[in-house]
Design a protein around this ligand. Structure first.
Ligand code: NAP
Length: 485
């Protein structure tokens, strides 16, 4: 099976914040890999823009360095490709808050072709960029803007950001990135649910006991302490990434695979989320470990009450999910770096086998990282003599094994999402009302613990979080899956 690369018409992509960390680590390497793959037609241009003084040659050298540092071994490119890629790069020195550089940028635009502006800058500059694009005649119907997380820190700030963008752009031009939605497996989750007859009849509270979503990191907050301490795991991860995964698991089948049809269904899930009982929330902060500082050493405030770990039990209050809890957890400095969704089915209603055969459940696991793929645990007879002993074995659909080398070449999330922007496909981007609904659900939960000055529990580096998070499931007679790479 040959990979299908469909080139897109020449486009102009401006990376505001083109000298920043995200541009160097993710955006520019992603663009380079699409260039390597032959997806960019002759004439495509990528323009970096930031306040730093640089000419085109200096920017090209800057990008080449970033590619060497961050492209890893996913090079797959012919020798000399970096030099060819450099030819499509240029740079404008520009201030989002002043007049400098805007005339030069406007003069570079090709009328009549798709142009995308990637706002890889802090959210406090989103409004300034939108306004100046408008003032300098670059906010026409061929324009798309891409905005990064965090999209606000509460409902009021998200509304203000939405308004600042909506003053100059239509919703159909705004692409709010959540890179979790760009992952291959996340899209496969939709293919699995809505392309097969097998799962959908069972996808409800009659057959599903509970759902677990885990996003575990081994790193601490590192150099992002300032930002992180104002956000915490709830705002940084649950409100966006975990919420999006939950929506894709819980949503009703959309009428078609079309941006608004999919986003309408996701929105209904967010609006159906119930209030969360504070007793069903566990918050934690990692402790220091030998040479690694603890959370409180990473941030300025030694008495910070911000959580680096959170586990919650949620309910989607609708006909499909009444009675099926969703357990979600995410945290830093945990045992392993792993992200997965596990759909745990109920036990068979009657056990015809020996009681000693144990309790068995089918579990569908969607692995987002590492080693993207989907497993289905099924119960079979343990081979060999000695009676009917049952054992659970995974039907493993690791994509690289099932689909061969093509599966190794799948674009990463940023590659896919940036090319979706160019193609004008908003399916994998969050709509403004979705983001606001997610904040409307998050705000009272955060406000409640802020008001009572809730102190996060401590947990060891390399653990699964505070023991109380394990108890959250144990008291329901359930247990978290092991966090392992
Ligand atoms: P960063 O390293 O601080 O880069 C910020 C960029 O914005 C720099 O290129 C900076 O260049 C430019 N900039 C700052 N003020 C400007 C102004 N007034 N006019 C024009 N350009 C200006 O930040 P980052 O880590 O790349 O993050 C960028 C955005 O992505 C943020 O919203 C962040 O929350 C989000 N994000 C980042 C990551 C990540 O892994 N880094 C992950 C997810 C989301 P000059 O100083 O030269 O102007």
């Amino acid at each position: 099976m040959a990979s299908r690369i469909i080139p897109v018409d020449p486009f102009d992509l401006v990376v505001f914040g083109g000298t920043g960390d995200l541009a160097r680590r993710k955006i520019l390497p992603a663009l380079f890999r699409r260039f390597c793959a032959g997806q960019m037609e002759e004439g495509t241009r990528i323009i970096g823009a930031a306040r730093s003084d640089m000419d085109d040659a200096e920017y090209r050298a800057f990008v080449a360095e970033a590619l060497i540092e961050f492209n890893g071994d996913h090079s797959g490119c012919e020798p000399g490709t970096i030099t060819r890629f450099q030819q499509i790069l240029s740079y404008v020195t520009l201030d989002a808050r002043g007049d400098k550089g805007w005339g030069e940028l406007a003069a570079k635009m090709h009328p009549g072709r798709v142009r995308a502006f990637y706002f890889s800058v802090g959210p406090s500059l989103f409004g300034d960029l939108a306004l100046r694009l408008h003032q300098h005649g670059m906010a026409d119907h061929d324009t798309r803007i891409v905005v990064e997380k965090p999209f606000g820190r509460d409902l009021a700030s998200a509304r203000a950001l939405n308004k600042a963008l909506a003053d100059h752009f239509d919703e159909s031009q705004i692409y709010r990135i959540d890179h979790y939605l760009g992952k291959e497996t996340v899209q496969n989750l939709m293919a699995l649910r809505f392309g097969n007859m097998l799962f959908e009849p069972l996808w409800n509270s009659h057959y599903v006991d509970h759902i677990q979503i885990t996003v575990a990191e081994t790193v601490g907050v590192g150099g992002r302490g300032d930002y992180y301490d104002r956000a915490g795991a709830m705002r940084d991860m649950v409100q966006n990434h975990l919420m999006q995964l939950l929506c894709l698991i819980a949503m009703e089948p959309p009428a078609k695979f079309d941006p608004d049809a999919v986003r309408d269904e996701k929105l209904k899930v967010i609006r159906a989320l119930g209030e969360v009982d504070p007793a069903q929330i566990v918050r934690g902060q990692y402790l220091e470990d030998e040479d690694k500082p603890g959370y409180l050493e990473h941030v300025e405030n030694p008495k910070s009450l911000t959580e680096s770990f959170i586990a919650l039990k949620l309910h989607v209050i609708n006909w499909r999910w009444a009675g099926t809890p969703f357990y979600v957890r995410t945290g830093k400095r945990l045992k392993a770096r792993t992200s997965e969704i596990a759909v745990v089915f109920k036990e068979a209603p009657h056990n015809i086998f020996d009681q000693d055969s144990g309790r068995h459940r089918n579990i569908l696991t969607i692995r987002l990282q590492p080693n993207e793929g989907i497993d289905l645990d099924v119960t079979i007879k343990e081979p060999g003599p000695g009676g009917m002993r049952l054992v659970d074995v995974p039907l493993d659909m690791t994509f690289t094994e099932a689909l061969g080398p093509d599966a190794e070449d799948v674009p990463d999330a940023y590659e896919r999402l940036i090319m979706d922007v160019v193609r004008g496909n908003q399916t994998l981007f969050m709509r403004g009302d979705e983001v606001e609904a997610a904040w409307a659900w998050t705000d009272p939960i955060v406000a409640a613990w802020e008001e009572r000055e809730d102190k996060p529990l401590s947990y060891e580096t390399g653990s699964s979080g505070p023991d109380e998070a394990l108890a959250l499931m144990h008291k329901d007679g359930r247990k978290w899956r092991d966090i392992r790479a």
